[in-house]
Design a protein around this ligand. Structure first.
Ligand code: PEP
Ligand code: MG
Length: 831
């Protein structure tokens, strides 16, 4: 008998539906289970509950799963994907309404029908409607939907955002009006939610501090409703005290264009630009017009389109590599891998052969499914990679429809500010840098392709501006402030002058800083700080010297290990590390041993799915499971140490035992090399990254065992504040200037110095102007950052006095919030 699982956000609802469905089986026992709510009984969907329910009803006849709201579908899909493949094949998700579907499915199961039949019965079940031409709306609703739709956009300014209590207050107020009221989080691009429904607001209507929502109202009191709701948001729901934090809002004109106003987003690359807008709309492919041949013909079309797509991708990659953008170029390796993926190809083939799909339909269906799966992943980075899959689909579909390769058609000689909803990698790669003065993106986070590229090319950019920017007509003059994250439409003359002045000043300063970049960073009272670079691939090693890097403080070695089917040999690593050592000469190079696992899996090392990948088997924990991985890396480093000044450090150290274990491994590596008669350097020192609070707390013990510390403030902040560093919704929490993080850094510096060891900082914080005075003041000896940040960082250090910074750091450590620390630094230092 086919098993049935009812997934709902509510435990009671799921149980109730199961109870009702059981009444429809004519007394027959059927395998049906409820999986509702979270483990503690609150609203939500629980991975474990769904998994248990599936296992309980699973048989060879298969399982049908019915779900209520959007995120239930997501959790269910993830759950099914975690099961063995042979089980997955026998599980189907059902598109039916929950109650009616469960009842129909139960009846069909009791009749002994097959899984496909049960699913069909459930999905075809008629939904109960009240008789009449249309279901009568409640009187209030009917009145509400008369009249024009009015909207207003407003930014959420209160710390907790539009969740929980503020959301409940919002719903209460909305219910005081007759109009139909809809809320949409335009920053996060969520679906619209009914502002009068607590449930809808809880699922789709949430927004975080800093995000923009659009409130639309239709009905006789629409205007009053908008005014009151806007004021409520602007008041910060009683959580914001001062006037200074008032939200800005843009009244949406009834016409479809926006010709004035200001948008706020997330800054990606600083700089001031005033230029005409070039608003880019992606053209939709219309595959319906394409003719469909026999399955063999359609398969042949797929084959030819994929081989052409691979050729285009090779060309793009070569061009980008020549321009010196290896990171962007590497994205296209992933595109090529997807197009050669056998699973993808076999799914396309079966759609064509078994379902009679055309080449375009099959490609678009399979790749869209993949993109959605990625979108539902836990980490932002994976979510954003769904753009890659859509890009690949776009390319193949374009080829199938006979169109030529995509090119931006920017006319005229003037540089433009490119405005786009989002940018796909191919679109980004085909940009002509000489024509782009700035980039403004409606969606996307700071790890999106557009952001990666903008940073690499040094183009002033802002992301997350919200979809309304797409209403700015091309050619409209806009001012883009990449430092503050603002886009101003039709800026007034005086603002243009301010931008122009700031641009000139910034450029002059950049030139000045660069001219002195190779000189050391010494404070006014002669305290020296070593300023070195973070490097993530071989190609950029030489260019960091131009920016004045005095060494490499963090060489992330993941580039050697990811996106391949087998582990790099010791020899391959030796060649790579030797190359870096040779380029850097006697300048120090700190190689970080592999930091993968959890969210960054390796295809050649078995890793199981983890509920909390960031707290799971990654970095040194993975190396403990596979010591040969660490050994091959250490041996390659010891050997390459003869070519330059190499050191290495271990990531994610949490305990003293881990350090002692790594030291034993180091000794074993030396013995093995000696036994084989292979030369190596005795001078290679071992340090550790301090990026877990436990390591910071016991740093005094750890310092006795190692040569140096490098503080990974990205992870240290993540673990101290228990906040996923890639989660956009938690960006308000992720702040390395939080005094809790500062106190841990201070402990590490004291622990190291007490044992005569030095301390560096290699997280993003090391390059941030507000953080540098505090880090120097706390006694940090080395700062390692993105090479482009080195010239301004050195210039800043040269303007400061160490004796004052020590006092500043002491004062900062006694403050309560990151904001207070930032304010203090702003007041005391000329940043
Ligand atoms: C850090 O955590 O601060 C760090 C530098 O390492 P990564 O960003 O590679 O985790
Ligand atoms: Mg780290």
């Amino acid at each position: 008998m086919v098993g049935i699982v009812v997934v709902s956000h509510s435990d009671k609802l799921a149980e109730g539906v199961v109870e009702l469905a059981k009444q429809m089986t004519g007394g027959k026992e059927i395998p049906i289970r409820a999986a509702g709510g979270l483990d503690d009984g609150s609203l939500g969907t629980s991975f474990e509950k769904i998994l248990n329910a599936i296992n309980e009803v699973y048989s060879e006849d298969g399982v049908l799963i019915l779900m209520d709201l959007g995120s239930a579908i997501m959790t269910t899909q993830m759950c099914v994907e975690s099961l063995p493949e042979e089980m997955q094949a026998g599980i189907k998700l059902c598109n039916a309404p929950l109650v009616e579907g469960a009842v129909a499915a139960a009846a069909a199961t009791a009749q002994g029908l097959s899984l496909d039949e049960v699913k069909k019965r459930a999905e075809e079940v008629p939904v109960i409607k009240v008789q009449g031409e249309e279901a009568p709306l409640p009187q209030k609703e009917k009145e509400a939907s008369k009249g024009e739709v009015k909207s207003v956009e407003v930014q959420i300014i209160n710390p907790t955002g539009l969740h929980a209590r503020p959301s409940a207050i919002f719903v209460q107020l909305a219910n005081k009006f007759k109009s139909k009221i809809i809320v949409q989080n335009i920053t996060a691009g969520k679906p619209p939610a009914d502002a009068k429904s607590v449930m809808e607001m809880a699922v789709n209507g949430t927004a975080n501090k800093g995000e923009w929502i659009r409130i639309s109202a239709q009905g006789e009191d629409a205007e009053e409703a908008l005014k009151a709701l806007k004021e409520l948001v602007e008041s910060g729901f009683g959580e914001v005290e001062s006037e200074s934090g008032r939200a800005e809002s843009i009244d949406i004109q009834k016409e479809e264009t926006i010709t004035k106003g200001e948008f706020r987003g997330t800054p990606v690359y600083p700089g001031y630009v005033v230029a005409p807008a070039y608003v880019f709309f992606r053209r939709k492919k219309d595959s319906k017009k394409e003719s469909k041949g026999s399955p063999e013909e359609e398969l042949q079309k797929v084959k030819e389109a994929i081989s052409l797509a691979l050729k285009e991708i090779r060309g793009l990659k070569e061009r980008i590599s020549k321009e010196g953008d290896p990171k962007v170029a590497a994205i296209f390796d992933f595109h090529a891998m997807v197009l050669k993926d056998e699973k993808m190809l076999s799914q396309v083939e079966s759609l064509i052969r078994e379902k009679g799909a055309s080449a375009s339909e099959a490609i678009s269906s399979v790749l869209e499914e993949w993109a959605e799966k990625l979108e539902n992943q836990d980490t932002e980075l994976m979510k954003e990679r769904s753009a890659d899959i859509r890009d690949i689909a776009d390319r193949v579909l374009r080829i199938l429809s006979g169109e030529g390769e995509f090119k931006f058609k920017i006319e005229g000689e003037d540089k433009v500010v490119l405005i786009a909803e989002e940018l796909l990698p191919s679109e980004t790669a085909s940009l002509d840098r000489n024509l782009i003065a700035g980039i403004a993106v409606a969606q996307g986070g700071t790890t999106s392709h557009a952001a990666i590229l903008a940073r690499m090319w040094g183009i002033p950019s802002v992301v997350g501006l919200g979809s309304e920017v797409m209403k700015i007509p091309s050619g409209t003059r806009v001012a883009l402030d990449g430092s503050e994250g603002k886009l101003i439409v039709n800026p007034p003359q005086d603002l243009i002058q301010v931008f122009e002045r700031k641009r000139e000043e910034t450029e002059a300063l950049e030139r000045e800083f660069l001219a002195k970049a190779k000189e050391p960073a010494i404070t006014l009272d002669e305290h020296g700080i070593e300023v070195v670079a973070n490097v993530g691939n071989l190609e950029t090693v030489s260019e960091i010297l131009e920016f004045g890097a005095e060494g490499i403080g963090l060489l992330r070695t993941e580039f050697l290990f990811l996106n391949r089917s087998e582990m790099p040999s010791e020899e391959e690593q030796y060649v790579a590390y030797s190359r870096v050592a040779e380029i850097m000469g006697d300048k120090p190079v700190i190689i970080r041993t592999l930091d993968v696992g959890g969210d960054k899996p390796l295809s050649y090392i078995p890793m199981s799915r983890e509920d909390n990948p960031f707290l799971g088997v990654r970095a040194i924990r993975l190396q403990k499971l596979y010591p040969d991985l660490l050994k091959s890396q250490i041996k390659a480093i010891l050997r390459a140490g003869l070519k330059g000044n190499l050191k290495f450090m271990l990531p994610m150290v949490a305990t003293l035992d881990e350090v002692r274990w790594a030291k034993e491994i180091l000794e074993e590596c030396k013995e093995e090399l000696e036994k084989k008669g292979v030369d190596y350097s005795e001078k290679v020192e071992m340090g550790i990254m301090v990026e877990i609070p436990s390591a910071a707390i016991v740093s005094e013990h750890l310092a006795k065992e190692v040569a140096f510390f490098s503080i990974g403030t990205n992870d240290l902040t993540q673990y101290t504040l228990a906040c996923d560093r890639g989660n956009k919704s938690l960006s308000y929490l992720f702040d390395s200037l939080n005094p809790a993080v500062l106190k841990l850094i201070k402990m590490v510096v004291e622990g190291a110095h007490a044992c005569g060891k030095w301390v560096g900082v290699c997280g993003e914080m090391a390059g941030q102007k507000e953080a540098i005075p505090i880090l120097v003041g706390m006694g940090v000896d080395e700062l390692s950052m993105n090479a482009r940040l080195i010239p301004p960082a050195k210039a800043l250090i040269r303007r400061l006095r160490f004796s004052e910074l020590k006092e500043l750091a002491e004062e900062a450590l006694n403050l309560g919030t990151a904001e207070e620390v930032r304010k203090l630094v702003g007041e005391k230092c000329e940043l």
